[in-house]
Structures are given as structure tokens and as C-alpha cells.
Ligand binder design. Structure first.
Ligand SMILES: [Zn+2]
Length: 223
């Protein structure tokens, strides 16, 4: 059976980049143009790869820190390498009697601007001028759940911007710390890079190589 990756043009631009580099180094302006015009990997609908993935896309409904829905579809879209790594962490956790709960994946840049308009505070929202790693399809917000989908003790709710959300917070129930560490270990083993101030946020390795994008969630590519 063909997997989603078989039909996805992953890094088709790489041979071109190698060829250009071999001929002559790019000027800064040329390099910028190359980034803008290169063939970028399609976004993958991770739930289409694993229909058992537990999704709770917070920004597609009003129950989030913005108080209203800002996504037009409740989908977890990621660049292919990140999609593969997320499912790798899910497999690790399932073997330990847990599963991932997914709160956020790819976020269109226009939504980032809207979030910034509602809450222009860099402590809470990434400045759209620089973009969020979510805008590159290379970051996820995830928590842990029991195998039946029920809640397990976690340090805080998603997008709880208090010191208790810091990855090194210790003023928490032992079970919450244990679950945070279990999640962090499974994600790190799959290559994800943890964010010190948000226990739920992880960046895919090489996130900076993926461009900021603004494909709507409802129409972005999927397998
Ligand atoms: Zn995040």
C-alpha cells in the first residue's frame, strides 16, 4: 500500500539548490528569491495517515485563549517530516499505555496576524512579522491522554501562560510532572525540540528551512 509520503514531492528543490551552489555561491538577494520560489513540501493531513489520532484543535472552536474560533477547519496539517515524527511519538506513547492529544499544528500566517491583532503581546503570540514555527507547518502543541482518550494529570491547560507551564516547573503534582516528562521524552526521541516556556509546544528539527505559509486549513493539501 502506498503511504502518504509516496505521493508527496518532498524536497524536490534540493537537487536544484545543490546544482546552483556548485556553480556559484548565491548572493543574499538571489538566495532569498530561491527560497521564495523553491518547491516546498505539501502539507500532510496527519489524521488521514492515522485515523485514531486524538485531535482537539483548540483554535477551530471558541474555547481558546482568544475566546473565538480562528481556524476554518479542525485539521492537523504538517510538513511530511514533522507528520512522520508526530506519529512516531504517538507509537512510542501507545506502547506505554498513553496517546497524544493534539491541540495545534500548522497555523496560516493570516491567522497569526489576527491573533496578533487580538492580543499584540509577544509573551503570548508570535509577532506575525517574524512568524510562528506553526506558520511553517513545523510545530505542534500536544498533550497526553489515556488510551481511551480520557484526561490524565498534566501541568496546566493548553495555552496557560503561567510559570507552571514552564518545562522546569516543579510546584506541581508528581503525576503531572511524570506525564510532562513522559511526553517530552517520547517527543524528543522522535526528534522534536521542546520549548522551555510551554510544556506542550515542540518544534520539528530543521523548522527554519520551511517557509512561512498561508494556505487555508480547509483547502491545504492532504494525502
Ligand atoms: Zn505552539
Amino acid at each position: 500500500m502506498r503511504s502518504a509520503f509516496d505521493t508527496t514531492p518532498v524536497w524536490r528543490f534540493l537537487p536544484l539548490a545543490v546544482t546552483l551552489a556548485a556553480v556559484a555561491p548565491l548572493s543574499a538577494q538571489q538566495a532569498e528569491t530561491a527560497v521564495e520560489t523553491r518547491d516546498v513540501p505539501a502539507l500532510i493531513d496527519v489524521a488521514a495517515m492515522d485515523s485514531t489520532l486524538l485531535l482537539d484543535m483548540r483554535y477551530a472552536r471558541p474555547e481558546n485563549f482568544l475566546g473565538r474560533a480562528v481556524y476554518d477547519a479542525a485539521r492537523c496539517l504538517l510538513v511530511p517530516d514533522a507528520a512522520r515524527r508526530l506519529l512516531e511519538a504517538e507509537r512510542t506513547l501507545r506502547a506505554e499505555g498513553y496517546r497524544l492529544i493534539v491541540w495545534d499544528c500548522y497555523r496560516p500566517l493570516s491567522v497569526q496576524r489576527e491573533m496578533w491583532r487580538i492580543l499584540p503581546d509577544p509573551d503570548y503570540v508570535a509577532d506575525p512579522a517574524r512568524g510562528s514555527r506553526h506558520n511553517r507547518g513545523a510545530a505542534v502543541d500536544v498533550g497526553l491522554a489515556a488510551l481511551d482518550g480520557s484526561a490524565v494529570p498534566l501541568p496546566t491547560a493548553h495555552d496557560d501562560f503561567t510559570p507552571l507551564a514552564h518545562r522546569d516547573a516543579t510546584d506541581l503534582p508528581a503525576e503531572a510532572i511524570e506525564d510532562r516528562e513522559r511526553l517530552g521524552k517520547a517527543m524528543s526521541e522522535a526528534g522534536w525540540i521542546p520549548l522551555p516556556t510551554e510544556w506542550w509546544h515542540f518544534d520539528a528539527p530543521g523548522w527554519e528551512s520551511y517557509p512561512l505559509r498561508d494556505d487555508p486549513l480547509s483547502s491545504a493539501a492532504s494525502p
